[in-house]
Ligand binder design. Structure first.
Ligand code: MG
Length: 384
């Protein structure tokens, strides 16, 4: 069988590392062609030794030394060369595991080149989901999401008619503050937040899980990925995080995807789709589970989710502004410049100053992104 040739953008982050573990478990099925990372030089060196990629892209400052030490690898500048690299004919699947808006251009290039794309990155879909999906329709590119909830929805919808869809139940573990009363939210410290109960993740996404903004981004992602109106996407708090999302059809039938909380599961599915392969993970023990519980999200306690729904309904450049302002606000919170509750106010105030551009092109999106970052920064400086 011909091996699938894989590119991993963001190979040194947690999704990238897990994707490489999946690949290492099936050496007869996959081959690593391209690895891209930003600054983690030591980790990329060990990945080069273990996976022998043909191409590696890194931030330009690291290139001279890397070139000297690994003469069999061709090195590229990650900032400049990724769009061209992912379009190469010798790449079948592109895993977008890098975070941030920088993923947008390589993501779009991979889609335009008709690749199978496995995105874990949220920002690109939130900012430019319509442009990406339209490009995929034109090129025939298949997008199989890696994010656990989107993967669940994808699996539940597989082979079914979206016309028969009544609603999507997007599940959320509830984040670090699920049980804390609203009045106490402005006393919450960075340390409190980073002790997240269910998934091991980076600091930004852990804060976004605590505000439920992460779920808000996922509402927008799902809206784009599955072409579903935002009012058909219902967020459901499910603290056990066993059901990764559900799909409810017009006849009242609900299909759910369950699994252990391990990212290797959705990553492997994205790489092998439409096939499945065995996975050497501890399996879900349904008898041990005892109970699965659900509750509606409290929008007064988690106003960021409400903001995200509003931005999703507005569409245009509003989701871009939501994403950019949130990034600045979370960074300010992590640096101790603003309170936890300040994250929401910074995003809300930035959105209220924004003049929305309907049906934006890529340039409108980039402009709105830059504008929102600057505006949010101004608001942070004023309140801190
Ligand atoms: Mg998720």
């Amino acid at each position: 069988m011909k091996k699938k040739r894989i590119a991993i953008l963001g190979s040194t982050g947690s999704i990238g590392v897990n994707a490489l573990k999946v690949i290492a478990a099936h050496p007869d099925r996959f081959e690593v062609v391209l690895l891209a990372a930003h600054n983690s030089v030591n980790l990329i060196r060990s990945q080069i030794r273990q996976y022998a990629p043909k191409f590696v892209a890194m931030a330009s400052v690291h290139l001279p030394q890397l070139k000297k030490d690994h003469s069999r690898v061709k090195f590229f500048d990650a900032q400049r060369d990724l769009p061209e690299l992912v379009s190469r004919a010798d790449i079948d699947v592109v895993v977008i595991a890098m975070t941030g808006a920088a993923a947008l251009e390589p993501f779009l290039a991979a889609v335009r080149a008709g690749k199978k794309v496995a995105p874990a990155n949220k920002e690109a879909l939130v900012m430019a989901g319509d442009i990406l999906m339209e490009a995929a329709r034109r090129s025939g590119s298949v997008i199989v999401p890696v994010d656990s909830e989107q993967s669940a929805i994808f699996q539940c919808l597989e082979g079914r008619n979206t016309q028969d869809l009544h609603q999507i139940h997007l599940t959320a573990s509830g984040g670090a503050l699920r049980c804390l009363p609203r009045m106490k939210h402005d006393q919450v410290s960075v340390k409190d937040i980073l002790a997240h109960p269910r998934w091991k993740m980076g600091a930004k996404i852990t804060v976004d899980s605590a505000t439920l903004m992460n779920k808000g981004f996922e509402v927008i992602e799902a809206q784009r990925l599955f072409g579903v109106g935002v009012d058909k996407i219902n967020v459901l708090i499910h603290p056990e995080a066993i059901i990764h999302s559900m799909v409810e059809f017009i006849d009242g039938s609900i299909i759910a995807q369950l699994g252990v909380t391990d990212m290797r599961l959705p990553i492997q599915y994205a790489l092998t789709y439409p096939e499945r392969l065995p996975m050497p993970l501890k399996r879900l023990d349904l008898v041990q589970l005892k109970a699965l519980t659900f509750e509606a999200p409290d929008l007064k306690k988690f106003p960021s989710l409400k903001l995200a729904y509003a931005a999703a309904r507005q569409a245009g450049t509003a989701p871009t502004v939501l994403n950019a302002a949130d990034e600045i606000a979370v960074e300010a919170f992590l640096k101790g410049k603003i309170k936890f509750t300040g994250i929401h106010s910074v995003v809300e105030r930035t959105l209220s100053k924004h003049v929305n551009v309907p049906r934006p092109g890529l340039l409108d999106i980039k402009y709105a992104d830059g504008w929102a970052r600057q505006k949010a920064q101004e608001i942070v400086e004023r309140v801190s």
